[in-house]
Write a protein that binds this ligand. Structure first.
Ligand code: HEM
Length: 127
């Protein structure tokens, strides 16, 4: 059964599925994550908890995320812009496994807007 509304359980399930795909990704995207976060279960549990809180804040106005997403991505080793397409594809696939289509579409729209801002900052702003 897919979730018909946004809830913490759904977001946590999304994190498990999405980052499961990321960890296994062989296109180069997975490597960025595995190099930065590590390969251990505990590190990934913490990462997923942090990003779950980020999405809880974005989608439910709850959670306790208080990081600086722009800064975190600026500090990563440079990677090709195309990786954002792969990120979004894996995110969409995961969203559709967890949420009904109308909700998945809303969340995807928000993710695309953030991805656009990150790309502008990383590749166009001359930071
Ligand atoms: C190709 C695209 C992307 C790559 C390679 C990437 C990679 C990463 C990595 C490696 C981290 C961990 C950084 C750390 O622990 O210091 C991270 C953190 C994070 N990412 Fe991304 N990311 C991408 C796109 C996105 C997008 C589109 C979003 C949001 C829609 C997002 C949201 C976040 C957030 C909220 C954090 C936590 C930042 C913090 O407070 O430490 N990322 N990302």
């Amino acid at each position: 059964m897919k979730y018909q509304e946004i809830c913490v359980e759904g977001i946590n399930q999304l994190m498990d599925i999405f980052y499961g795909k990321i960890r296994k990704d062989k296109s180069g995207l997975g490597e960025i994550f595995n190099n930065k976060i590590g390969t251990g279960e505990e590190e990934w549990r913490e990462h997923k908890a942090k990003i779950s809180n980020f999405w809880q804040g974005m989608l439910l106005g709850s959670g306790d995320y208080s990081g600086q997403p722009m800064k975190a991505h600026l500090e990563l080793p440079p990677f090709p812009r195309e990786f954002f397409n792969t990120w979004l594809e894996l995110f969409e696939e995961s969203l559709r496994q967890v949420f009904e289509d109308n909700i998945a579409n809303d969340i995807l729209h928000k993710a695309r807007m953030i991805a656009d801002r990150f790309q502008y900052m990383l590749y166009e702003s001359g930071h």
